[in-house]
Write a protein that binds this ligand. Structure first.
Ligand code: NAX
Length: 329
């Protein structure tokens, strides 16, 4: 079998990292052949072409074909997976409304092109920021494609949270399970350790010995550190997260296709779960079963957790209202 994967922004940093991981089989598995479609804007075409030359030189046995284009209809033709990475970054003096409008001009037409030319089972993963609302815009423009097929990446936030918790407790990251992200991929996100286990033991039983007042540590240290990790990476590395973002995207798609063993996080469309307004694309604790994300139901966030979730969801509502006012959804 050959799977067609379209990567937008393929000439950019995350695109570059994603191409090699995808062609190596890390995303779809060692038996799945891959056809790559690289979608760029004219200014990014040369970088995408250069990446394609390198892909050829890497002689990946699973890679059947590469096509590079700046035409969205060609780019999504027959796509089984669309990784929407290319987005308009916030420029100097740009207000939030300007940013949403600029991204509406990208994700609206891409959603329409997906509806027009992608494979019937298309699965869309939005990485480009503001990721949740860009996914909402693309889904709204993709007439006839179920909104369940449009997701936004919050796996990087979860991976960051697991990594930081592992470091705090002095355990390997593989010991840590059930650490979902709720809400928006932004500073308001809520990494939730209520049900987190460390080698099967509740983390809440272990943390007090390590950090003292757990609530204060969550509010003052853990949550802000996870939520602003992107800025920390820029400060230390001098450039934004690239390989970790690509790796999280690989994790997200691999789990979506092959299933999860436990909870993970993804921004998926709400049907009203946990008070999140229907139709919003918000991060939840999820499982992937039979190729579909399922929101973990029946959890009972305490009052503090619910306040955190509500605050992030309120931000998503404000973003949705702003793009609605612009006629984008
Ligand atoms: P780069 O600026 O390196 O690459 C972006 C690429 O997208 C460029 O090559 C540009 O030409 C291309 N592009 C722009 N508009 C396009 C369009 N309409 N169609 C196709 N391609 C287009 O950025 P990079 O570091 O790769 O980051 C990409 C996006 O990921 C940004 O929006 C960034 O904010 C977002 N991120 C999201 C994360 C997440 O967890 N959801 C984490 C990492 C990252 O910050």
């Amino acid at each position: 079998m050959t799977t067609t994967v379209t990567i937008t922004g393929a000439g950019g940093q995350i695109g570059y990292a994603l191409l090699f991981r995808t062609a190596a089989g890390d995303m779809l598995g060692p038996d799945e052949h891959v056809r790559l479609r690289l979608l760029e804007i004219p200014q990014g075409m040369a970088a995408a072409e250069g990446a394609a030359l390198e892909l050829q030189d890497a002689a990946f046995e699973l890679l059947d074909d590469i096509e590079i284009t700046d035409d969205a209809t060609v780019g999504f033709d027959g796509a089984d997976h669309a990784l929407l990475v290319g987005a308009r970054p916030r420029g100097p003096g740009m207000e939030r409304g300007d940013l949403l409008a600029a991204n509406g001009g990208i994700f609206g037409p891409q959603g329409a092109a997906i509806a027009a030319s992608a494979a019937p089972g298309i699965r869309v993963t939005v990485v480009g920021n503001p990721a949740n609302t860009n996914a909402l815009i693309a889904a709204a423009a993709a007439e006839g494609v179920p909104t369940e097929r449009f997701t936004a990446l919050t796996r990087l936030d979860e991976n960051r949270a697991r990594g930081l918790l592992a470091q705090t407790l002095g355990v390997p990251v593989r010991s840590i399970h059930r650490l979902p992200i709720w809400g928006n991929h932004s500073a308001t996100q809520f990494p939730d350790i209520t049900h987190t286990t460390v080698d099967g033991r509740p983390v809440l039983d272990l943390l007090a010995a390590q950090v003292g007042d757990v609530r204060a540590w969550l509010e003052e240290t853990f949550i802000p550190r996870v939520a602003t990790r992107g800025a920390e990476i820029i400060r230390v590395r001098g450039s934004s997260s690239v390989a970790s973002a690509a790796s999280a995207t690989i994790d997200h798609v691999r789990d979506w296709v092959h299933g999860t063993v436990d909870w993970t996080s993804a921004a998926v469309v709400s049907h009203g779960e946990y008070g999140v307004p229907e139709g919003l694309i918000s991060s939840f604790p999820v499982r992937a079963i039979d190729g579909e994300w399922r929101i973990v139901e029946g959890l009972k966030p305490d009052a503090w957790a619910q306040t955190r979730i509500d605050a992030s969801v309120a931000e998503l509502v404000a973003e949705r209202d702003a793009v609605r006012a612009l006629g984008l959804v």
